[in-house]
Design a protein around this ligand. Structure first.
Ligand SMILES: NC(=[NH2+])NCCC[C@H](N)C(=O)O
Length: 292
């Protein structure tokens, strides 16, 4: 059975220091790089969600957006569709995975591809930026308004989570993840062992979750020379030559519940390279099947 892909825009930069990612989904909707994707009969662009202002601060605005995103993602899953969420800053991940979890009868795993750990709490953050906190929130730690999006309780169990590509973080968030037992594959480990070995090990871990798993991809996991259009670029990332084949290996996996691609910042996307990469990436994970 071929599932319908449901694109959902999360047009928020409220969680970031540079709010430019808010324009990401609208820019992609119009980008020529997305023309072929949008013509696919098995893909439909659903809604794009925008933050509501004057809710009394950033946490309230992010919580409100994530609540609506969780609902849209949950409904898509319950219709038997595969949600593909396009950000937007990475704080929106709280909505995506709370929605996936709400639609699943059993715990779900998450593969987190990112230059950062995004695992601060309000107490540990250095910047105060909410896009530095979503993974901690999904693991049950953080501002109550964010932790309870989509229902009470942690949305992920540490043993079902793995991060790949990490190269920029503060010590407190690393200690937090190590304490919980979340597996972090830094870029140094990728360089030592090669991406195929690391990706395989990370995937095996997240696939242990009985409810299936998802992929949260922050575009800054790529080297900024290949993906310049991101909110927080960090040098020395993964190349497309490395990561695309690994992602293509997920194609057709019935346990893959949803994908999100976050932190696209069109203001910085010199030559439209990042939008084109993003379109290729969706095509690699969800190739168009014959007849679909
Ligand atoms: N989703 C992101 N781009 N996160 C970047 C976070 C950077 C830094 N660790 C912070 O907490 O501010």
């Amino acid at each position: 059975m071929h599932r319908t892909l449901r694109l959902i825009g999360a047009a928020s930069g409220v969680g970031a220091q540079d709010p430019g990612c808010h324009a990401g989904p609208t820019a992609l909707h119009r980008a020529h790089a997305f023309d072929d994707l949008q013509r696919r009969p098995d893909l439909s662009w659903g809604e794009t969600l925008f933050p509501r202002q004057a809710l009394g601060g950033r946490v309230a605005e992010v919580a409100d957006l994530c609540q609506r995103l969780a609902e849209a993602v949950r409904q898509a899953r319950e219709r038997g569709e595969t949600p593909v969420v396009l950000g937007g800053d990475h704080s929106c991940a709280i909505g995506t995975w709370s929605g996936v979890r709400a639609a699943s009868p059993a715990p779900v795993g998450l593969l987190w591809l990112d230059a950062h750990l995004d695992s601060h709490t309000p107490e540990s953050t250095h910047s105060g930026a909410l896009h530095g906190m979503p993974l901690a929130c999904l693991l049950g730690q953080g501002d109550r308004r964010l932790v309870t999006v989509g229902g009470p309780g942690p949305k992920l169990l540490p043993g079902h989570v793995a991060l790949i590509g990490v190269r920029s973080y503060e010590p407190e968030e690393r200690e937090f993840l190590d304490r919980l037992g979340v597996r972090v594959f830094t870029i140094d480990e990728v360089r030592q062992r090669g991406l195929p070995a690391v990706f395989g090990e990370a995937l095996a871990r997240v696939r242990q979750a009985p409810g299936g798993y998802g992929v949260s991809l922050d575009l800054d996991v790529f080297d900024p020379r290949e993906a310049p259009g991101v909110g927080s670029p960090e040098p020395a990332g993964l190349s497309q030559t490395e990561l695309m084949p690994a992602l293509a290996g997920l194609a057709g996996d019935p346990a893959l519940l949803a994908l999100e691609v976050m932190e696209f910042n069109p203001d910085r996307d010199a030559g439209g390279r990042t939008a084109a990469l993003l379109a290729r990436l969706i095509g690699a994970v969800f190739p168009r099947r014959h007849g679909a």
